[in-house]
Write a protein of this length. Structure first.
Length: 281
């Protein structure tokens, strides 16, 4: 007798709306993977066996990117409706590296929601008065996720507010693609908590050309170094919008100055999966 394989539920394109909450999107990738009809992912259950393996991964000195990829290598049961666990280790890492960054970050947040529930506790510093607001509770299920349609535009041009000139080269616009996960390969742990470092890394991986054309840029780091504050913020917002996926911003009211403030969500392991991230019952 053969076991029946459970049919996966497929979210059809017309049901995919621009902005959704995690609770509605559930285990479906926000940016469609090309040539795949099924955009679902599922995780194995996280038991003591997985806990011990993940603790071991954490102690081996890997980068944040490698660590997340290794956790998915262990925990992802299916990806795009296909069995993920019967793939070879190097194949798993290769697939994940080519994945769009917003999809990996979304799966990471979903894994946290799946195994520990929607409530997450964090200490967040108020940017207005400097007060450290301790043990604030945020909910992951209401997190906004920008969902892309199947015909997602993968490449776009950003027009610079201030033209960059160097070595007789004039840069007026930057061509960007959806950021790939492999950009995080070199990311040290502190990057997940540092918005500036994250921006630099994402710029490096997303810019694929200048002045409305594609091609290697010999001195990309010089271009990035010469971006003005206005273009750093402009390009960052442009890439975020282009990438889609989860909104990595927390919204809170300060307990001291009562101002509403927004903070970058720290998705590193300890802050996300550690004991301190769980509300006291
Ligand atoms: Zn404050």
């Amino acid at each position: 007798m053969t076991q029946k394989i459970k049919t996966q539920k497929i979210v059809k394109d017309e049901k995919r709306k621009g902005k959704m909450q995690l609770i509605d999107l559930k285990n479906v990738l926000p940016v469609p993977v090309e040539d795949k009809e099924n955009q679902e992912f599922t995780f194995k259950s996280w038991t003591m066996k997985e806990e011990k393996k993940i603790a071991k991964m954490k102690s081996s000195r890997t980068t944040m990117g490698e660590f997340v990829s290794n956790v998915f290598g262990l925990m992802l049961d299916t990806l795009c409706g296909e069995n993920f666990q019967d793939k070879k280790e190097e194949e798993k890492i290769h697939i994940l590296n080519q994945f769009d960054l917003p999809n990996i970050i979304y799966m990471w947040i979903y894994l946290r929601y799946d195994v520990l529930g929607p409530e997450i506790v964090m200490d967040v510093g108020c940017p207005n008065c400097g007060k450290l607001n301790e043990k604030r509770i945020f909910t992951l299920d209401t997190m906004d996720v920008t969902v892309k349609k199947d015909d997602v535009k993968r490449v776009s041009d950003y027009k610079l507010h201030k033209i960059i000139k160097f070595n007789e080269e004039i840069v007026e616009s930057l061509r960007i693609r959806i950021t790939r996960w492999d950009s995080m390969e070199s990311a040290k742990n502190e990057v997940a908590a540092n918005e500036g470092l994250m921006k630099e890394l994402i710029f490096n991986s997303s810019i694929i050309g200048i002045n409305d054309s594609e091609g290697a840029i010999p001195e990309l780091n010089k271009v990035i170094e010469n971006l003005t504050k206005r273009d750093i913020e402009g390009l960052s917002a442009f890439i975020s919008k282009h990438n889609g996926g989860p909104t990595l911003t927390l919204e809170d009211d300060c307990t001291s100055c009562s101002n509403k403030y927004f903070k970058f969500l720290n998705w590193s392991y300890e802050d996300f999966f550690g004991q301190s991230s769980l509300p006291e019952k």
